[in-house]
Design a binder for this molecule. Structure first.
Ligand code: PD2
Ligand code: ZN
Length: 307
């Protein structure tokens, strides 16, 4: 069973403070190999330590902090105006096309699964096996240890919650990358100019990315550095570049959902609606790789052009 080491303490502190539910945090720890009682003890300890007060049914783990707290975590109520999200996230129609097969620029992509709350779509065949291999071969020698954005300062730090190595490509960097950018934008049905450059990540054995949100927490001063360019992130597409023999799923602990890494497949999730609310159910992570390694390519889309 894993140990609640300094990295886990940091994870517990960050996620309790940002309003994650106790249930989701316990679930995430159990999915990564903790015994349920050990996970519950650690999470309850973290909530006690960070002064999160249960409202109403004090004995209920969900009541302490809970989805209510996650919803309070601040979506702006008007463009550019930081505010408090007082109403539940409204699930409006996402931009991705309907149907079981979507023509995405130059390729037919199959839809394997759609979930409405949170908005998650699983695809097959976004990239061919040859394209996946080419991305891996181009990236292998350029990898650097991944960083994470510190919400307080906006600075990128290497922390133990994210054990992977990565590189970024400029949008449209060359003809191959440009074609992938166009295909992905077409699939996500969002302007190609609103996309960040593609990021490639490599996880070795035991590598993981603990549960987090991809949007920038609006109440954190460090987020402004990032949203100044292109606004908030609205949706993510994670493309799997290889088959992972065991582990390495993308997990959504609030939704009880996990997506296995299959070469060329992808998971899409959308967390900002037309009212600029942010969906706390999109808490997600990369489960530890138990056998082999894992390569992914990620596209984050912004509200506006990312230039
Ligand atoms: O590796 C993944 O499955 C994963 C999971 C969650 C990647 C990311 N988030 C990310 O790059 O944001
Ligand atoms: Zn993520």
């Amino acid at each position: 069973m894993p140990v609640v080491d300094a990295a886990w303490q940091e994870w517990l502190r960050t996620n309790a403070a940002r309003g994650c539910t106790m249930d989701s945090m316990i679930g995430a720890m159990v999915q990564t190999g903790f015994a349920a009682d050990a996970a519950a003890k650690a999470v309850h300890g973290a909530f006690g330590a960070f002064g999160v007060v249960a409202s109403g049914a004090a004995a209920s783990p969900v009541a302490a902090g809970g989805i209510e707290a996650a919803l309070r975590q601040t979506a702006p109520s008007a463009p550019g105006a930081p505010g408090v999200q007082r109403t539940p996230y409204a699930y409006d129609h996402g931009p991705v096309a309907r149907g079981n097969t979507i023509r995405a620029f130059d390729r037919d992509v199959q839809v394997l699964m759609r979930c409405e709350r949170p908005q998650v779509i699983v695809f097959a065949n976004v990239l061919s096996p040859e394209e996946c291999d080419e991305v891996i071969e181009r990236s292998r020698h350029r990898l650097k240890r991944s960083t994470i954005v510190d919400p307080a300062t906006g600075q990128e730090d290497v922390i133990r919650n994210r054990t992977s190595e990565g590189i970024w490509y400029q949008r449209g960097e060359d003809a191959f990358i440009e074609r992938l950018d166009q295909r992905i934008a077409s699939l996500m049905n969002w302007p190609v100019e609103n996309g960040e450059g593609l990021q490639i990540l490599h996880y070795g054995p035991t590598g993981e990315y603990r549960p987090h949100f991809d949007y920038f927490p609006p109440d954190q001063p460090g987020s402004m550095v990032h949203t100044a360019r292109g606004g908030q992130r609205v949706a993510t597409l994670v493309i799997y570049l290889n088959d992972v023999p065991d582990g390495g799923e993308t997990i959504f602990p609030e939704a009880g959902l996990s997506v296995a890494a299959k070469q060329g497949g992808a998971v899409y999730f959308r967390y900002m609606n037309g009212q600029r609310q942010l969906d706390p159910l999109t808490l997600h992570g990369g489960a530890p790789v138990r056998a082999g390694d894992k390569w992914i390519m990620t596209k984050w889309m912004r509200e506006r052009a990312y230039v």
